[in-house]
Write a protein that binds this ligand. Structure first.
Ligand code: ADP
Ligand code: NI
Length: 216
């Protein structure tokens, strides 16, 4: 099968699977991440076929979308197999998705330029104008307030309260969004992140000014 055909079929498959998905991993997130990943791939000289497929499939192994990560990875593997993607590309794509869905937390790391590019594209979608919108959407869905003045800002990994909903959309900026710029892997990703980061800083300045509280 031609590479363009595999990509078109994968787009349809992911669109059908994630349309109407409500956890912030909807099709439009995938579409934005894929567009950004392709741009970064060109600038960074990464393999466009691997990057495109990994970006399209990257959230299908998330346990917010499927029953378990293992189940998600099995579905992705079978999909690639059915579409005659080469063994090497299959392994590479699966390794990128595994690395991303385990949030790098299980000791697996993936340092190929393709993996770095897709991870940067996913992170870029969590910051800037789109990232701000996603943050408030997610908080709303979880029943969290816009802001909770009496709640201290803590490190994301150490917050038990956070898991129980004792957080707010504004707190999430400090727990995660403001940290993402420094986590960017590629220099072209970093340049895009700088602009989006600046917008979030301006947004927070304005937010705290409007509510008459000192900027956190
Ligand atoms: P992804 O897997 O695409 O990186 P996540 O599943 O971590 O994204 O989160 C989906 C979106 O919801 C992201 O934009 C993220 O910043 C946002 N989000 C995640 N947790 C929270 C939270 N506790 N409060 C507000 N927004 C959140
Ligand atoms: Ni994602």
């Amino acid at each position: 099968m031609e590479q363009e055909q595999v990509i078109a079929a994968t787009e349809n498959f992911v669109r059908q699977t994630l349309l109407g998905e409500g956890s912030g991993h909807d099709w439009h997130h995938i579409e934005r991440v894929t567009t950004t990943a392709k741009k970064l791939a060109v600038k960074e000289g990464a393999n466009l076929f691997v990057v495109t497929l990994a970006a399209l499939l990257h959230d299908l192994a998330d346990d917010k979308v499927v029953e378990s990560e293992e189940e998600g990875l099995r579905i992705i593997r079978n999909w690639l197999l059915d579409h005659q993607v080469s063994d090497a590309d299959q392994e590479h794509i699966l390794a990128i998705i595994t690395h991303m869905s385990f949030k790098g937390g299980n000791g697996k790391s993936l340092e190929t330029i393709e993996g770095l590019v897709v991870q940067d594209a996913d992170r870029l979608d969590a910051i800037g104008a789109v990232g701000i919108a996603r943050c408030f959407t997610y908080a709303g869905k979880k029943g969290q307030p816009i802001y909770q003045p009496d709640l201290p800002v803590r490190d994301e990994m150490s917050v038990a309260e956070y898991r129980h909903g004792r957080s707010s959309a504004i707190h999430h900026f400090y727990e995660k969004l403001l940290k993402l710029k420094e986590l960017m892997n590629t220099s072209s990703g970093y340049r895009m992140a700088e602009k989006r980061h600046q917008l979030m800083e301006m947004y927070l300045d304005a937010f705290f000014e409007e509510i008459g509280e000192q900027r956190r």
